[in-house]
Design a protein around this ligand. Structure first.
Ligand code: GRF
Length: 203
């Protein structure tokens, strides 16, 4: 399975996916990393590993015009699955239709709680005792598509946004590759909002 990874910043989820591939826990290859921000630190991680990168700046472009550029680039690289990893843009229906049920996102909360920006801060301020992270299919709405996998993370009394985010991030790095591998193994069916994952049949 050829992955196209979209980032806007640090790129630690992208790096975790690349590590899972290198350790043969994920049977896929990264065809292209695309960022909308030229200064994304994640670009250096890609370059160091010899993974093709492309900067497609979004400034000044209408959403659909920008998304057409993204789709073209992803199709040029024969991408089967698009993985959003800290990509700070909402995608249009045009984009989602180009990759039906083939776009994933990772979000640092147990959706549908705390969508949008600063999910970890939202969880702390709300006072929940458990939060976590979610890998979900992407539709044209914010953090809203069918949920593929979640991991729970406790909120501790002395947590700050930083300590909580770090604990959640460790789980993000684990579940994103697991979710992609489910798709690689063709074990996933979507029925409305419910996503079923068939038991692993390997011995
Ligand atoms: C992660 O917390 C992810 O859940 C959210 O944005 C952050 C990206 O971090 N969507 P990184 O760029 O993968 O390090």
């Amino acid at each position: 399975m050829r992955l196209g990874i979209l980032i806007s910043g640090r790129g630690s989820n992208f790096e975790a996916i690349a590590n899972a591939i290198a350790r043969r826990k994920l049977d896929a290859e990264i065809a292209i990393v695309i960022t909308n921000r030229a200064g994304s630190p994640g670009l250096d991680i890609a370059r160091e590993r010899g993974i093709p990168v492309r900067i497609i700046a979004s400034q000044g472009l209408e959403r659909e015009a920008y998304d057409k550029l993204l789709v073209e680039e992803l199709q040029t690289h024969d991408v089967d699955l698009v993985c959003l990893a800290g990509f700070m843009r909402l995608l249009s229906a045009h984009f989602v239709r180009a990759f039906p049920n083939r776009v994933l996102n990772i979000h640092p909360s147990l959706l549908p709680s705390f969508p949008g920006l600063d999910a970890q801060r939202q969880a702390l301020e709300h006072g929940v005792k458990i939060t976590g992270c979610t890998v979900h299919f992407v539709d044209e709405f914010l953090d809203s598509g069918p949920i593929l996998i979640q991991a729970a993370v406790p909120v501790l009394d002395d947590d700050t946004v930083e300590t909580l985010s770090a604990r959640i991030l460790a789980q993000e790095h684990s579940i994103y590759s697991t979710a992609i591998q489910y798709l690689v193994e063709d074990r996933v069916t979507i029925e409305g909002r419910r996503v079923r994952i068939r038991e692993d049949e390997r011995p």
